[in-house]
Design a binder for this molecule. Structure first.
Ligand code: ACO
Length: 434
């Protein structure tokens, strides 16, 4: 029978059979709709880490982990990386269609309008301890945006939302650059209307009064690709956090701030920082990947190969091919000979031939080569995950928008199976045993 023709699943509990509808996606993915399960049977499902749970229907990003496919709004990632810009891809994700020239110009103008941050916010940046992690600073500052930009009742809801989207996409880039400048004790550089999104970021990061930053269009193009590759990845940990926090009807700044916190973790976006630290460590220990692969396979050792493995991809992550190519091209352009490229390539080659990695379907993920690229263009290691966050913002925004527009919207509130003590009485402190 054709998969699409299967309409229901049958569940038999203690002799009683229940029919559960099957939902079929446009690419033929199938899911059992269990939304009435508890009311009909008294049972819930248990799925730690939600590996088998679809939390929503979505029309934003399609991923096929078995075949290494990634598409935004139907368009293959390879085509977007080759032909689009980050700004255009952001528009596509949020609005569902590629913009016309006029729509793109309007979107760019809105981003320019919102690129500055409130001057009072600069005091916040100055008062974070010098060693504070930029992801902590970014999540706090994004949350603080709400205090500086409350809703204006005279605006329509649609107008308010569009302004908030543009404000976030534009200001996050400015805030990331400011936090870097202040951490270095350098003068803040303001955004410029005459520069593109990516060129503006590079200029705010690296321009100095004594040495004006020379915009290199090849580096600008590479940064566009980097951010396009990170722009969305359906229901990953940080996006799920944005949707979950957003489901409580909190403001968008708070929901995005939660996404930034989730992304910070080394099992998620923080892996790009962890990868470069691991590669550096391997390099400093002679560059031989074999002992590290052995450690990663040892179940008594918590070490894992960072930048390897993925919850959904059980084959090569399609973003890695593009990232690696772009990384090598950038190093060549900048005339940089980074020894970590050899370490990474040897590690990848050895792991991909190892039966453990083959049997566990462990392949490099997007973070494996991204750090080498970021380092080459001058981004400090502590800011790697911030770079990921800037890229993921359009995805978070579009997923949040889709969830609030969803007629089946519900507060996210999972259940649990309680395994603690059964009912017992309170014991006064003087009667408790030592
Ligand atoms: N190195 C060694 N073994 C690994 C690795 C790894 N990087 N990743 C998974 N495994 C093994 C696990 O030990 C486990 O083995 P077992 O079944 O024999 O016990 C098996 O593969 C499955 O691992 P899980 O952790 O259950 O798989 P999950 O889907 O939950 O993990 C994750 C995905 C968290 C990404 C994991 O592969 C990992 O920790 N990778 C390293 C961190 C990393 O690169 N994160 C970035 C992911 S991409 C992103 O978020 C942007």
């Amino acid at each position: 029978m054709n998969k699409r023709e299967i309409k229901t699943a049958k569940l038999t509990v203690d002799g009683d059979t229940y029919q559960l509808p099957i939902v079929v996606g446009t690419e033929g993915e199938m899911a059992i709709d269990i939304s009435t399960l508890r009311s009909r049977t008294g049972l819930i499902t248990l799925d730690p880490g939600y590996a088998n749970t679809g939390s929503c229907k979505s029309s934003i990003t399609y991923m096929d982990g078995e075949n290494g496919i990634l598409r935004y709004r139907g368009i293959p990632i390879e085509q977007l990386a080759e032909h689009s810009t980050f700004r255009e891809t952001a528009y596509l994700l949020i609005n569902g269609e590629l913009p016309t020239k006029q729509q793109l110009d309007q979107f760019s103008a809105r981003l320019n309008d919102h690129s500055l941050i409130h001057e009072d916010m600069r005091y916040f940046f100055q008062n974070f301890p010098r060693l504070a992690h930029p992801m902590g600073i970014l999540s706090s500052m994004v949350n603080a945006l709400r205090a500086f930009y409350p809703e204006i009742p005279e605006r329509s809801e649609e107008e308010e939302i569009n302004i908030t989207f543009s404000r976030l996409i534009s200001k996050v880039r400015t805030m990331a650059a400011i936090s870097y400048r202040i951490s270095r004790g350098h003068k803040v550089v303001y955004p410029r209307h005459d520069l593109s999104y990516c060129a503006n970021f590079l200029n705010m990061m690296f321009d100095t009064p004594v040495k004006p930053y020379q915009i290199d269009e090849d580096i600008v193009a590479a940064l566009n690709v980097f951010w396009i590759l990170h722009a969305d990845h359906e229901q990953n940990c940080s996006t799920a956090a944005v949707r979950l926090v957003g489901s409580a009807k909190v403001n968008l700044y708070a929901a995005i701030s939660a996404g930034i916190c989730a992304l910070w973790g080394p099992l998620h976006g923080g892996a790009n920082q962890a990868v470069i630290e691991m590669l550096q460590h391997i390099y400093e220990n002679g560059g031989d990947p074999v002992p590290f692969i052995k450690k990663a396979k040892d179940k008594n050792d918590p070490f894992r190969l960072m930048g390897f493995g993925h919850r959904v991809y059980k084959t090569y992550d399609p973003r890695v091919k593009i990232m690696k190519k772009m990384c090598i091209k950038t190093l060549k352009k900048l005339n940089i000979k980074d020894p970590l490229v050899d370490v990474a390539e040897r590690l990848e080659e050895t792991a991909l031939k190892d039966p453990y990695f083959i049997d566990h379907h462990l392949y490099p993920n997007v973070d494996f080569y991204s750090g080498i690229f970021l380092r080459a263009i001058g981004i400090p290691i502590k800011m790697f995950t911030v770079m990921f966050a800037i890229g993921r913002l359009p995805g978070w925004i579009s997923q949040w928008k889709e969830s609030v527009d969803d007629p089946q919207w519900k507060l996210h509130r999972p259940r649990q199976v309680y395994i603690g003590k059964t009912k017992r009485d309170y014991i006064p402190i003087e009667q408790r045993k030592e």
